[in-house]
Design a protein around this ligand. Structure first.
Ligand SMILES: Cc1cc2nc3c(=O)[nH]c(=O)nc-3n(C[C@H](O)[C@H](O)[C@H](O)COP(=O)(O)O)c2cc1C
Length: 175
């Protein structure tokens, strides 16, 4: 079957969503992202593609920093709230979504209490491609739960796998 080119990102599902969070002044915002990649190991560089009109994307560009966090299945409801509301309407979107956080150890980015892993990233490059902006950032610090010792122990880490949006966030179940 032919696939509309604007939908090819859906062929990549299921994917582990990350929460991208940023803070500037008193403003805190966050959103789930799946358009991300690890682009270099040393230095550690990661990339996220975001819609330039999005509030969280704008806040991360303004702050020139953001965090990327992994949440487990229990937090699917909070992810859905972050995906539906806009950070433009509330002063602290993470708090509104019920996600507690502290300010990072290295950068002034939100670090989620319930994350199984968090990266603290400083923005290095930002360039528009088509209808998205690609943010390339240096990983200044990274944290993970004890389920990660140079790689994940999947007996202890149960990844949330995003499989699409069908009137809400849908999760791929391994059966
Ligand atoms: C699982 C999932 C992944 C998403 N991935 C991205 C992404 O990679 N880039 C993006 O710009 N939006 C992505 N979105 C959409 C944003 O999360 C959504 O537009 C959000 O409401 C933006 O919030 P904001 O207005 O605070 O910026 C994704 C949504 C979901 C549910």
């Amino acid at each position: 079957l032919k696939v509309d080119p604007s939908l090819v990102h859906r062929l990549f599902y299921p994917q582990v969503p990350l929460v991208m969070a940023a803070r500037s002044g008193r403003r805190v915002s966050a959103m789930p992202v799946v358009s991300y990649a690890s682009v270099s190991d040393a230095p550690a560089l990661v990339a996220v593609s975001c819609r330039p009109e999005g509030f969280t994307c704008g806040l991360a560009r303004k702050a020139r920093s953001f965090s990327l966090s992994i949440l487990e299945k229990a937090h699917a409801g909070a992810l859905e709230r972050l995906a539906t509301g806009s950070g433009a309407k509330v002063s602290d979107k993470l708090r509104e979504a019920g996600l507690a956080y502290a300010v990072g150890g290295t950068l002034k980015v939100p670090v989620l209490d319930d994350a199984v892993a968090t990266l603290e990233c400083s923005l290095r490059y930002s360039r528009k491609f088509g209808d998205h902006v690609l943010l390339v950032a240096k990983v200044e610090d990274a944290w993970a739960s004890e389920a990660f010792t140079d790689s994940w122990d999947f007996a202890r880490y149960r990844p949330l796998l995003y499989s699409g949006w069908k009137g809400g966030l849908t999760i791929f179940s391994e059966g």
